[in-house]
Design a protein around this ligand. Sequence first.
Ligand code: GYE
Length: 306
Amino acid sequence: TGSDTEEGDSKEASEKLVIGFSQVGAESEWRTANTTSMQDAITDAGHELKFSDAQQKQENQIKAIRSFIAQKVDAIVFSPVVETGFETVLQEAKDAKIPVFLSDRAVDIEDDSLWVTFLGSDFIEEGKKAGNWLVEEMEGEGEVNIVELQGTVGSAPAIDRKEGFEQIISEYPNFEITKSQTGDFTRAKGKEVMEAFLKSDGDNIDVLYAHNDDMAIGAIQAIEEYGLKPAEDIVIIGVDAVKGAFEAMAAGKMNVTIECNPLFGPQMVEIIEQYLAGEEVPKRIAVEESMYTMDQAEELLPTRQY
Ligand code: GYE
């Protein structure tokens, strides 16, 4: 249509749809909560789900999308592992007239007619929230050395959470990222990389900024095994606000987590139904979210749904 809204071929709102969902993997608590939310929403609405777990590999996603196209699904929900390299397969979906709905992560593709809409969080904003929290907490404390555990290389949340955080701290010369490496969004990798950081520079680390809570939780283990106190000797910042982070904060081992809400399955199903019924759908739909600190953890933990 060329505008910032898209319209689909009309279908009855009550019609049973076949929806293919290409998920990233099962790398984090966030991801498993997102998978459940999407699966439940699709089946509760009476639609048929074809699910594929890519195990964090782009080639698996390309295969999954091709198989959804071959099966002539009505819609494809796609959470891209990385931002680039999906042009060809998305063009194939377009040629087959199957609409693609981006879930959680964006793609970096010039031709935005290859997807209908992107429903997910604003990761730059999340990075900024992390940076702002830190600056308020530690301004006036002299040199602050930060180590960073990045998410999956080339993924939208890793790129944007880094960028948003750097935008803020770059305005304060006493804050410096001294080490930055990927932990691939997993606990095991977060722990392993934090061990290496501690080994080379243990006494000079003031802050850990982890692009998700799972890596922060892995790193907390590494810090304890190294003989330091997480949240006291090293300030711990995570993203997602999963239960594990609330438990760590309630135990006094983590300082803050920036919320990233994975429970948008029902919203996604609504968008797909609207689009297939011929309604207009905005090109970008953001998920609302907040931020939680240690002193709120005990009270809020029982209310957390993921
Ligand atoms: O923060 C992380 C997961 O894309 C927002 O992916 C998602 C991120 C989430 O593995 O835990």
